[in-house]
Design a binder for this molecule. Structure first.
Ligand code: NAD
Ligand code: UFG
Length: 336
């Protein structure tokens, strides 16, 4: 249970992968959850299992958060005291092909939600940002003070929204705004009942490895083995999704001591290569995961690892789950 007063938290995009896990963490900490989602990348029944697991009702509203009047009405009617804004389009490659859809959806959603909050006198805002804002970092691990420079339209939407929320926080001292820069979320709730279920072909490594493990695909294409890394494949900071979502609860509860705008990295502070992640899934499943080395994927970088010291010290938050555990939990969440 929470040690701070219970909040009623609107999770925009709450039917998605991270949102559905966030709902569990918020409820476990004693908070109430309201969700708005338009199901552009999720299913209407995504939160049924969360309600069953927690034995708690979640108010779930189908709608688009670009509808400012709807968001304001939901905040007022349900007594929302804080918003975790996750609703966004998130596929990097698609954002290069459809920049207007990405800038339109992601920027308009953020502005609409902030505007509705202001009108409804609700001032706590947590934003789902991304390590993608660091672009190709000068060095690893990356502190929050590193230079910013996203390299694709999706990443630019996160960078631009960070600028907007910083300015909004500075405009009125009632705002408490936090940007959480996620590294690479993997895994699932330990029940195995809440799955990452992307619509269409997975872009990310773990869902792709899971599709190979479950026999939906023949092999994993490994994008490049000539990077200056431990085994030549790309290195990322994979973080168990339950650790990640607990970081949101910590950020929310820290807001009682917060003035203005804060930024935190949410990562483990340790990297794993593509081949190490595949080996982790082999260990978790007892299967052999076939893979083939292909060329580098356009826009990819060699290495991206968080320095999570600031979140550890200021939020009192630590990761507690290993990548091996994330592989087991991802596997258990698949129908197999
Ligand atoms: P997801 O696609 O599973 O969830 C996003 C949800 O937002 C979906 O359910 C989608 O239907 C909804 N949505 C999108 N636009 C909407 C709109 N206009 N109105 C209402 N609902 C809308 O993605 P996720 O992995 O859960 O990511 C959640 C957030 O975290 C996103 O903002 C994403 O950019 C960010 N993020 C994700 C990762 C990652 O690797 N998964 C990494 C860094 C940051
Ligand atoms: N990879 C493969 N084969 C695949 C998929 C990925 O080899 O089929 C490799 C990539 O080349 C990279 C690593 O696996 O080296 C991780 O790739 P992901 O696509 O899973 O993740 P990224 O680090 O490229 O990007 C993800 C999200 C972004 C987010 C970023 C930082 O897709 O939205 O993490 O949080 F911004």
């Amino acid at each position: 249970m929470t040690t701070s007063a219970p909040e009623t938290v609107l999770v925009t995009g709450g039917a998605g992968y991270i949102g559905s896990h966030t709902a569990i963490a918020l409820i476990n900490a004693g908070h109430n959850v309201v969700v708005i989602d338009n199901y552009v990348n999720s299913k209407p029944d995504a939160l049924d299992v969360v309600q069953e697991l927690t034995g708690t009702d979640i108010v779930v509203i189908e709608g688009d958060v670009r509808d400012r009047a709807l968001v304001e009405k939901v905040i007022v009617e349900h007594g929302v005291t804080a918003v975790i804004h996750m609703a966004a389009l998130k596929a990097v490659g698609e954002s290069v092909e459809m920049p207007l859809e990405y800038y339109g959806n992601n920027l308009e959603s953020a502005i609409s939600v902030l505007d509705a909050m202001k009108a409804a006198n609700c001032w706590k805002f947590v934003f789902s940002s991304s390590a993608t804002v660091y672009g190709d970092p000068e060095s690893n691990p990356i502190p929050e003070t590193a230079s910013i420079g996203a390299t694709n339209p999706y990443g630019m939407t996160k960078e631009m929204i960070e600028v907007i929320i910083r300015d909004v926080a500075a405009s009125d001292d009632r705002w408490k705004i936090t940007s959480l820069r996620y590294f690479n979320p993997v895994g699932a709730h330990e029940s195995g009942q809440v799955a990452e279920a992307p619509v269409g072909r997975p872009n990310n490594l773990m869902p792709m490895v899971m599709e190979v493990a479950t026999g939906k695909r023949e092999k994993v294409m490994v994008f490049g083995d000539d990077y200056p890394t431990v085994d030549g494949t790309g290195v990322r900071d994979y973080i168990h999704v339950m650790d990640l979502v607990e970081g949101h609860v910590a950020a929310l509860e820290h807001m009682s001591d917060q003035d203005g705008y804060e930024v935190f990295n949410l990562g483990q502070g340790r990297g794993a290569s593509v081949l190490e992640l595949i080996a982790g899934v082999e260990k978790a499943t007892g299967l052999t995961i076939p893979y083939e080395v292909a060329g580098r994927r356009a826009g990819d970088i060699a290495e991206c690892v968080a320095d999570p010291t600031r979140a550890n010290e200021v939020l009192g938050w630590q990761t507690t789950r290993s990548i091996d555990q994330a592989c087991v939990d991802s596997w258990n969440s698949q129908a197999h």
